[in-house]
Design a protein around this ligand. Structure first.
Ligand code: SF4
Length: 421
C-alpha cells in the first residue's frame, strides 16, 4: 500500500495471467484488468493499436487508462516529465529527433556508458551523416570509426541495416514492428527509436527502466523471468505519457541512470517516490534480484610488438572469428614459460620466423566475459619470411590507425610501452 493509500499496481502478478489496477479511491474503485495474455513480448500500443504483437494486451489498457484519467498514473507520468525537463543531461543525440541519429545513439549506448559514447557518436555522424552515407561506406571504414567502442558486431549489423534501408526499404522504418526487422535491432531499441523519433506510444524496458519498475513494485524475482518481465513492462507502460512517449521513455531511462541507480538511489529526489514500494520498505537496493553473472574466463597471452621504423606489425582477425571478426590486433599466442616455445607458436600461427624478448609490461584487458592478461614481448619478424597463408598483415603507423579497425588492446599496449609510437 502506498503512502497516499493508493496501490498503484496492487499485487503484481508474476505467476498468473492477471493483475489489478487500482485508482485512488480505495478498494471499491479497484478495477480488474486482464493484464497479460501469457505470450512473451509486448503489443505495440497507442498508434499501433490493433496490431497484436506477442501479447501484453493490457499494456494498451494501462496506457489508455492513464490517458483517460487514471489520476495516479497521470500524476506519475506528469511528475516524471516535469522532472526530466528540468534535470535531463544535455546529450548530443537529444538535440534532434531525426531517426538516423536516434538509432545510432541507441545502438552505441548498448552495453556502453554515456560518456564513452559521446565522442564516438559525434565523430560517427561527422563521417556518416546520413543512413545512405553509412550504407555506401566500406565495412572496414565503419569498423575503423567504431574502433575502441567494443562489441563490434553492433557496427557490422548497423552497416547491414543501413544497406537494407538505403537499398530496399521505402525510407527509414517508422514503427517498432518494422524497426525490429533490421539486423541488430531488438525490442528495446525498436521501441526507443519508434517512440523518440516517431512518437509511437510504446514503452521501453532497458536495464535502467527494469530497475526502477522492480523497485516501484518491490519485485524481488529475476527480471529475466517471462512473467516478471511482463509485470515490469506493464508498469513501464502505465507511466508512459501517450502525448509525449519519446520524452516519457527517455525520462524513465534517465531516472534509472541518474537517480534510481543500482547502488545508493537518491529517493529524496525521485519524482516517483510517492508510490514506490521499495522506498517505502526502506530497502530499494534489494530490488531487483541480482542477475546471475556469467563466469569470467581468464586467459594469459603473450603479445608481440614488432617494430619497423615508426610502425607496428598488426594482423587482421579472420572474418569468421566469433570475436572481433575483421579487427586488426597485435600478434598473440597462449603464454608459455619458454620464449622458444612461444616463438614456435607465433611461427605456427602467423608464419615467418620469430624472435621474442619479454618486457615488464603486463596489460589487463576485458572483452565481454573474457579477462585477458597480456604479457608484452618485443618481437622480431625476421626478414625474408612471409605470413601464413590466408592471413592479412600490415605495418601501421599511429597516423594510419584511423583508417583501420584496430582493437582497443593495441592502444593500451603501445601507450604503456612504445613511447616511440
Ligand atoms: S523512490 Fe527510490 S527506489 Fe523508488 S523509483 Fe525512486 S529512486 Fe528508485
Amino acid at each position: 500500500m502506498c503512502a497516499r493509500g493508493v496501490s498503484w499496481l496492487a499485487s503484481p502478478s508474476v505467476t498468473g495471467s492477471e493483475s489489478y489496477h487500482r485508482t485512488r479511491g480505495g478498494p471499491e474503485s479497484m478495477v480488474r484488468r486482464v493484464f497479460y495474455s501469457g505470450v512473451d513480448r509486448p503489443n505495440p500500443v497507442g498508434r499501433s493499436r490493433g496490431q497484436t504483437r506477442d501479447g501484453y494486451e493490457a499494456v494498451e489498457l494501462l496506457v489508455n487508462d492513464a490517458a483517460r484519467g487514471s489520476r495516479s498514473a497521470m500524476d506519475e507520468s506528469e511528475k516524471l516529465l516535469r522532472w526530466f525537463e528540468s534535470q535531463k543531461r544535455l546529450l548530443p543525440w537529444r538535440e534532434s529527433r531525426e531517426p538516423y541519429g536516434v538509432w545510432v545513439s541507441e545502438i552505441m549506448l548498448q552495453q556502453t556508458q554515456v560518456q564513452t559514447v559521446i565522442p564516438y557518436y559525434l565523430s560517427f555522424l561527422r563521417q556518416f551523416p546520413t543512413v545512405e552515407d553509412l550504407a555506401a561506406a566500406p565495412l572496414e571504414q565503419v569498423l575503423a570509426a567504431w574502433s575502441g567502442l567494443g562489441y563490434y558486431r553492433r557496427a557490422r549489423q548497423m552497416h547491414s541495416a543501413a544497406k537494407m534501408i538505403a537499398e530496399s526499404l521505402d525510407g527509414f522504418p517508422s514503427s517498432s514492428r518494422e524497426l525490429e526487422r533490421l539486423p541488430g535491432v531488438g525490442p528495446y531499441t525498436a521501441a526507443a527509436v519508434a517512440s523518440i523519433a516517431f512518437g509511437e506510444v510504446v514503452p521501453v524496458l532497458d536495464g535502467n527502466v527494469e530497475r526502477v519498475m522492480a523497485r516501484r513494485l518491490a519485485l524481488a524475482e529475476d527480471p529475466k523471468q517471462s512473467a516478471v518481465r511482463k509485470a515490469l513492462f506493464g508498469a513501464a507502460a502505465s507511466v508512459l505519457d501517450s502525448e509525449q512517449p519519446g520524452e516519457s521513455n527517455q525520462a524513465l531511462m534517465e531516472l534509472g541512470a541518474t537517480i534510481c541507480r543500482p547502488k545508493r538511489p537518491v529517493c529524496d529526489e525521485c519524482p516517483l517516490k510517492q508510490d514506490c514500494l521499495a522506498q517505502q520498505q526502506g530497502n530499494p537496493e534489494s530490488f531487483p534480484a541480482p542477475r546471475r553473472r556469467r563466469t569470467i574466463e581468464r586467459f594469459e597471452l603473450a603479445v608481440a610488438v614488432v617494430r619497423r621504423d615508426s610502425s607496428i606489425l598488426l594482423f587482421r582477425r579472420p572474418e569468421e572469428s566469433a570475436l572481433m571478426a575483421g579487427m586488426w590486433e597485435l600478434p598473440n599466442v597462449p603464454l608459455s614459460r619458454s620464449v622458444e616455445v612461444m616463438a614456435g607458436a607465433f611461427e605456427g600461427k602467423y608464419g615467418g620466423c620469430w624472435k621474442l624478448e619479454l618486457t615488464d609490461t603486463i596489460i589487463n584487458h576485458r572483452i565481454t566475459y573474457r579477462a585477458l592478461r597480456l604479457h608484452v614481448h618485443l618481437g622480431e619478424f625476421k626478414a625474408g619470411h612471409s605470413v601464413a597463408e590466408g592471413l592479412e598483415a600490415a605495418w601501421i603507423s599511429r597516423e594510419e590507425q584511423v583508417e583501420y579497425a584496430v582493437s582497443s588492446a593495441v592502444g593500451k599496449i603501445v601507450a604503456s610501452c612504445c613511447s616511440w609510437y
